[in-house]
Design a protein around this ligand. Structure first.
Ligand code: FAD
Length: 459
């Protein structure tokens, strides 16, 4: 009997899959957004997928994997876009989508199991307490809350609420350790950062407690501007309008929407840069005056829920996906344009790279200040050229949250996170959780050649 067969035989009635095609399917996320990760990770697959339906079953799976020293790669919906959920060392994919209950909601707070989908959490909290998650990734309709916390960072709503890392945006995490006898811990306050954005390398998040914002009727708007500069200046000014309740402020330069947003063919004139907005219905009267002040024109308006495809599925990392549907050579960057010189830096980089790196900006509140993240498209030619573009941004003071690297440290952190490393020693002493994703586990003295810790850069 192979090692994996022996492991599965101990799990008895817990659902497990070993069919090679199905296992390969669940061993993949959206790593292929990056040509570098596609080359590195495309052939990887786990040996089995195990799908516990309760915390008791999860504890049995983890204990058995510790006994057999089997690597475990947690998975929510597998929408991570830099290989976070790719099994580097075989073993099992731990499918957590069965732990999907919303446990309770009260005014301002919800608690859900890790595998609950973001859109489904919102549906429950809207109906029961008139609230919704403060922000969500553009994969709201498919992604899980556990996967968002372990693998994501920000999204639609971050123009008002900031990013997951900011205190108050996660209230509690229940987590199971990877030990002979798995323990259950509740992380609250600053301890939440031990497991937030740790790619599941130091514990399995089983439940999350999240703050809610008031649930509004949201309206999608597209506004057109004669230049990128005008669009960015409007977006910056609009994000600063604290009295106007909003959820999305995205800037996308021509020719991206004209060439890749097929659903809006004929809506967006040639050469126009657009701003995608989600605004709460009672505040719409204020939009035309603000647009006019910056030379903008409204091109499209529709209630978010009424659209077959909500506008947010053209924003954040979905902009790249829309482009990839037409042009497989497109890839992307994740850039911080730090305040207060973010608009000047955007202009500098747009001038320098032109249509090789078409501009896409998401305006956010970050560290209490308005700035923008760049999710620029890149017309990929070679890995060397991509590295040159990244280095040029960093040298110009625009840190890159590298989406072409699958480790925590080479992505956003740019340094060893000693809190997460210390917690891994405690919660996963055999190093079996998502092995290979935390460089510090093998090399606690790892240092980057260059780059700035994204989460500290605004401070
Ligand atoms: P997965 O991809 O399954 O997992 C993500 C990571 O978390 C992996 O490392 C996995 O091992 C780990 N993990 C999963 N569940 C658990 C658990 N319960 N306990 C411990 N570890 C766990 N991200 C953003 O932040 N903002 C965006 O706007 C955004 N837009 C996107 C658009 C597209 C088109 C795509 C492809 C991706 C986008 N992402 C975005 C990335 C991703 O969709 C989100 O971060 C999403 O929330 C991940 O959830 P998931 O359930 O798919 O997680």
């Amino acid at each position: 009997m192979s090692g994996i067969e022996a492991l599965l035989s101990e799990l008895q009635d817990i659902p497990a899959e070993t069919d090679r095609a199905l296992v390969r399917q669940k061993s993949r996320d959206f790593f292929w957004y990056s040509p570098v990760l596609k080359r590195q990770l495309d052939k990887l697959t786990a040996e089995a997928v195990v799908s516990p339906r309760s915390e008791d079953e999860l504890a049995r799976v983890l204990a058995a994997c510790v006994r057999h020293r089997t690597p475990v790669t947690p998975r929510g919906a597998g929408t991570g876009n830099y290989g976070q959920a790719m099994p580097l060392c075989g073993g099992i994919v731990l499918d957590l989508s069965g732990l999907d209950r919303v446990l309770w909601a009260k005014p301002g707070v919800v608690r859900a199991q890790c595998g609950a989908k973001l859109g489904e959490i919102d549906a429950v909290t809207r109906a029961s307490v008139g609230g919704e998650l403060r922000f969500h990734p553009s994969t709201r309709r498919t992604a899980t809350i556990g996967g968002f916390i372990a693998g994501g960072s920000s999204g639609i709503g971050s123009c008002t609420w900031g990013i997951l890392r900011e205190p108050g945006n996660i209230l509690g995490l229940r987590l199971m350790t990877m030990e002979e006898s798995p323990r259950v811990l509740e992380l609250r306050g600053p301890d939440i950062q031990k497991a937030n954005h740790a790619y599941g390398t130091n514990g399995i998040i089983t439940e999350v407690e999240m703050p809610l914002a008031p649930a509004w009727t949201w309206v999608d708007l597209i506004a057109g501007f004669p230049t990128l500069e005008a669009a960015a200046r409007f977006a910056d000014g609009f994000t600063r309008q604290d009295g106007i309740v909003k959820k999305l402020v995205s800037v996308i330069d021509a020719p991206v929407p004209q060439r890749y947003f097929k659903a809006f063919e004929g809506v967006i004139p040639d050469g126009v840069a657009v701003v995608l907005l989600m605004v709460a219905e009672p505040f719409l009267d204020l939009v035309p005056g603000l647009l006019a002040a910056y030379g903008g024109t409204e091109l499209y308006r529709r209630e978010t829920e009424a659209a077959d495809v909500p506008l947010y599925e053209y924003s954040w990392n979905h902009t790249t996906l829309q482009a990839l549907k037409t042009d497989r050579s497109i890839t992307y960057l994740q850039t911080l344009f730090p305040p207060p010189s973010h608009l000047a830096k955007v202009a500098e980089m747009a001038e320098r790279f032109g249509d090789e790196v078409p501009m896409h900006l998401e305006f956010v509140k970050f560290g209490g200040e308005v700035c923008c993240f760049g999710l620029q498209l890149v017309r990929f030619t070679t890995e060397a050229r991509l590295a040159e573009i990244i280095a040029a941004h960093e040298a110009a003071g625009c840190p890159i949250f590298n989406p072409h690297a699958f480790t925590l440290e080479e992505g956003g952190m740019k340094k060893v996170d000693t809190l997460q490393l210390a917690f891994k020693r405690e919660a996963d002493p055999h190093g079996l959780l998502n092995p290979g994703k935390m460089l510090a586990w093998e090399n606690p003295d790892w240092t980057p050649r260059d780059g700035v810790h994204l989460f500290e850069a605004a401070g």
